[in-house]
Write a protein of this length. Structure first.
Lengths: 352, 334, 258
């Protein structure tokens, strides 16, 4: 019986196999064929030939490999092909996003653009800038950080250093829940309070909503950082008779300061791009209003939305929207890169 | 990446209990300790209060709106808050939110899983590090930028695809196209898929990376091809992680506002075809109706926001529970 | 069906680091060959070059020849997947597929290689489990997960899984180092039985074990940490342990280093 079974296997180690260059050849062939078909049929969108080429690549790989190498190898090759195609399919839109933002953004992005408000420039006309939006964004995000960072860090300290029992469990659970709140719901919450007191939109209201979105992110990242601080450090300090609160302030926090800073910066980067709550609570303003506690303000993401939505297809407005997007992305990316740099540089020795 | 993993673990005891008892005996009287404990515990309590306040205030305003509503809030297909008495309901929004999220998930999950496998098992190591880093950064791109790109770049590119779908799949009924601008649910779903791709990829990648090396070697030593190794030794470990990653992505897609608001050309009815403009989602409806809404109108929008809040809570809660259960499972095998 | 292994001039690298250098030896069919030597001497690395598992680790590459009955494993057009089917492997820590039942674990290799009838599979599973001296302990719970077994049973399950595909050679990488003495004894007995059918190569840290189970023993050593490991000598086990020809072997065996 067993001999019968072993006979099903190839008796040799040598299997017919495709040459190493074959995936590249099949890929090149598929792309050429995809382009050919779309040119012949007069297809007008690049999405189409990309899809045709991807499909041809996967099917071609299977057909050729199944013929030469057998079914198992063909399956393996199709899996590889699919994984590559998926990767490339995902890269195309992401590259397009970055490319269009940069190439269209640089058109009007200059010092004038950064240092002037829209003033009385009509949405459909060229001119104007984002100075008022930058001021608004900085103030709103700054105030949100001032609220959320201390609360978030203190909550994390409570969970890691003191937290036991039901309260800590409840806080942990609701921090998880809070991370999932859609930003527009946070906006609606502040709005419902404002409605109660019949308040008009102002910058600080947006800050409050942003703070709600920021808190759970800060708690999570700080918690992780505090947990990386080795217990020996705490014990050593406590054993010297240093009170716990001073131990936390003088030993635990300084040790994890780099990581905590990173977490806060990443959280700032996240809320800086939030549009929905600002739309509900701050309204937007084409003039400079540097007082976040009174009157409508502008913010960068909201500016992008309004340039897009309120301009009825004016090219000048779109240009400004792209330029503002480029500014916003640059801000967020710089925050991210600096934060990650700090994390790498200040990583505790016990870290991964 | 997966921040929840750490929280679900049993809390590490930061100090020996003996020392703690001693400290507790003296520490309770030390003002510095009392103030500091009070501050940090107070912050934790404040978070709970905020959550309670969100639920409370939204429910309160929503109840005002629903009591004025002359139609059934859950089954009505119109949104007329100006009428006296006002008539509005969320049926269209429920439909639009679910449809756009399903499209997004159907596209994003397989691609994200494939990319995660690509990064952990296929890409040369020199390539996978930088790519993972770039994906991390892409998760940080603000949604309004995705929205702008979607409306100005993606939409014009969709015409060809729409024509195809209409030609070849039009008979299904859901892919008929009357030639309007492709600002419809399908485009919204595709854009949402692009947006949630990074988060699903990141979490899945983390899960696949944790698949035990020695099990993979066992499969290899039996003469498994790379794909068979993944099927035998990687996917069984990653399955629940991928599910929870997808739920986190779903939570995002459900609540996404600006990208939908910029791309969709909304109407307050339900389209059978995914290619014809129309429909709406909770978040998009709030953003686009808010500007002109009266007080009743705003309360009605808050009521719809409450429903969105509850839905996202359920989805995220389910994701957390799956992650927690997976911990126990993998712990048993460790 | 057991096959002879002929290694000549084999050098293996991790990236730019040379792990073992210029190793040549012959492993006789239907015998047990033991590899001994201090930690880091490259004996496990060498073992993994014999079924092309070394190249799975990133940066792993190999120069030289490994002939399996006159066919070079590293020759042109050789499929590493087929090599691993012919040369089975048992690892240091038992690694049954945790999501599969005992039955499915043993059948896993067969299922990869084609479709079999349920009755064929059952027959092979029973035969393999009997061959691994595990049948009597698990025959009533074939559908239970393999991870529920004890460490020694899991290791024998892994051996059953490896022999189910009828390899020509069985490589064992310190198969007992994670096991208790009684389980170790069970595995050693099993090795004695398996050598009737397979060519067996076993890496071990335990010199008594090498003396007990092997027919021939190879001693590996390295000049210094960071230097590549080399084969010092290979001979009948009896001679290695009683009268080795190299001084370093005697020093190692008498416990003077390592």
């Amino acid at each position: 019986m067993s001999t019968a079974i072993t006979e099903k296997r190839p008796s040799t180690l040598r299997g017919a196999s495709l040459p190493k260059w074959s995936p590249y050849a099949i890929a090149a062939g598929s792309v050429a064929l995809g382009l050919g078909i779309s040119a012949a049929a007069g297809l007008d969108s690049s999405i189409q030939w990309v899809l045709i080429a991807g499909l041809l690549f996967v099917l071609g790989t299977y057909a050729i490999a199944a013929r030469v190498e057998g079914r198992r190898q063909a399956k393996d090759r199709v899996a590889t092909a699919l994984v590559w195609v998926a990767f490339l399919l995902a890269v195309v839109p992401l590259v397009s996003l970055v490319w269009s933002t940069v190439s269209r953004g640089v058109k009007v992005l200059d010092i004038y653009f950064l240092t002037h408000s829209m003033g009385l420039v009509a949405d459909s006309e060229p001119g104007g800038g984002i100075y008022h939006a930058i001021i608004g964004s900085l103030e709103q995000v700054g105030l949100a950080t001032l609220i959320a960072a201390p609360i978030g860090v203190l909550t994390a300290i409570y969970l890691v250093e003191y937290g036991r029992g039901k309260l800590a469990k409840a806080v942990t659970f609701f921090v998880d829940v809070m991370t999932g709140i859609p930003s527009i719901v946070a906006g609606l919450f502040i709005l419902s309070i404002m409605l109660m007191f019949d308040m008009q939109p102002f910058g600080f209201a947006g800050s409050l909503a942003l703070a709600i979105l920021m808190m759970p992110v800060v708690v999570r990242s700080t918690e992780e950082m505090l947990k990386l601080v080795p217990n020996e450090l705490r014990e050593a300090s406590l054993a010297l008779g240093i009170p716990k609160w001073r131990t936390i302030l003088k030993v635990v926090i300084p040790t994890s300061l780099g990581g905590i800073t990173t977490g806060i910066m990443l959280a700032i980067a996240r809320i800086a791009g939030e549009t929905a709550p600002v739309l509900l609570l701050v309204w937007g303003n084409s003039l400079i209003n540097s007082n976040p506690f009174e009157g409508a303000q502008q913010s960068l993401p909201l500016y992008i939305y309004q340039q897009y939505a309120n301009s009825a297809g004016s090219g000048a407005a779109y240009d400004r929207a792209w330029a503002a997007s480029l500014t916003l992305i640059a801000f967020v990316m710089i925050l991210n890169l600096v934060a990650r740099g700090i994390a790498r540089w200040k990583a505790p020795k016990t870290g991964r | 990446m997966d921040t929840t993993q750490i929280t679900d673990a049993p809390p590490p005891t930061p100090q020996p209990t003996v020392a703690e008892q001693k400290r507790a005996a003296r520490g309770a009287t030390r003002p510095g300790d009392r103030i500091f404990l009070g501050l940090s515990r107070g912050s934790g309590i404040l978070l709970l209060v905020i959550m309670a306040a969100i639920a409370g205030f939204l429910t309160y305003r929503a109840s005002i709106a629903i009591s004025k509503d002359d139609a059934n809030f859950f089954t009505t297909f119109e949104w007329n808050t100006q009428l006296i008495p006002p008539k509005f309901g969320i049926a269209v929004l429920v439909f639009g939110t679910i449809v756009s999220s399903i499209i997004a998930m159907a596209i994003a999950v397989p691609i994200a899983v494939a990319i995660a496998l690509f990064l952990t098992h296929y890409a040369p190591r020199r390539l996978s590090g930088p790519i993972a880093y770039v994906i991390d950064l892409l998760a940080a791109v603000p949604s309004i930028v995705y929205g702008l790109w979607g409306a100005l770049i993606l939409v014009p590119h969709m015409n060809g695809l729409y024509g195809w779908l209409d030609d070849y799949l039009g008979w299904t009924g859901i892919f008929t196209w009357q030639g309007g601008a492709p600002r419809s649910m399908l485009t919204v779903g595709i854009l949402l898929a692009i947006m949630i791709l990074p988060i699903i990829t990141n979490v899945s990648r983390e899960v696949f990376r944790q698949a035990p090396q020695m099990i993979e070697e066992a499969a290899l030593a039996l003469g498994a091809t790379r794909w068979e190794v993944i099927r035998m030794a990687v996917i069984p470990f990653g399955r629940s992680g991928v599910i929870s990653a997808s739920m986190l992505g779903l939570g995002r897609a459900l609540g996404e506002t600006m990208a939908v608001a910029t791309v969709l050309s909304p109407t307050f009815d339900i389209q059978a075809s995914l290619l014809d403009p129309g429909g709406g989602t909770f978040a998009q409806n709030i953003a686009s109706k808010f500007g002109e809404a009266s007080e009743t109108g705003r309360d009605a929008l808050i009521a719809s926001g409450l429903v969105l809040f509850v839905i996202t809570l359920l989805v995220n809660g389910a994701a957390r529970m799956i992650i927690a259960r997976r911990k126990e499972y993998s712990g048993a095998n460790a | 069906m057991a096959k002879r292994i002929d290694v000549s001039g084999l050098t293996a690298y991790y990236g730019s680091h040379k792990a073992i250098e210029d190793i040549s030896m012959t492993v006789e069919p239907r015998s047990v060959t033991a590899f001994i030597g201090p930690s880091g001497c490259g004996k496990s690395t060498f073992l993994r070059t014999l079924n092309r598992m070394h190249e799975v680790t990133s940066g792993g590459r190999v120069e030289g020849k490994v002939l399996l009955d006159d066919e070079d494993l590293y020759g042109q057009g050789i499929d590493p997947v087929s090599v691993r089917r012919e040369v089975g492997m048992v690892f240091q820590r038992p690694n049954p597929f945790p999501t599969m039942s005992i039955f499915d674990n043993v059948a896993a290799g067969l299922r990869l290689n084609g479709s079999y009838k349920k009755s064929e599979l059952s027959e092979v599973v029973e035969k393999s489990l009997k061959g691994a001296n595990l049948w009597n302990e698990v025959k009533d719970r074939l559908n239970k997960p393999g991870s529920g077994l004890s460490g020694g049973q899991q290791q024998r399950l892994c051996i059953a899984r490896a022999i189910a595909v009828e390899p020509k050679v069985l490589l064992m990488d310190e198969p007992c180092s994670a096991l208790d003495p009684i389980s170790t004894l069970a595995i050693e007995d099993l090795i004695g039985e398996l050598k009737e059918r397979f060519t067996i190569v076993i890496v071990t840290h335990n010199m008594q074990q090498a003396a007990r189970v092997s027919d021939r023993t190879a001693f590996f050593n390295l000049a210094a940490v960071g230097q590549p490991g080399k084969l010092i000598e290979i001979d009948e086990t009896e001679r290695i342990f009683s009268n080795p020809s190299v001084q370093a072997t005697e020093d190692y065996i008498s416990g003077r280093f390592g």
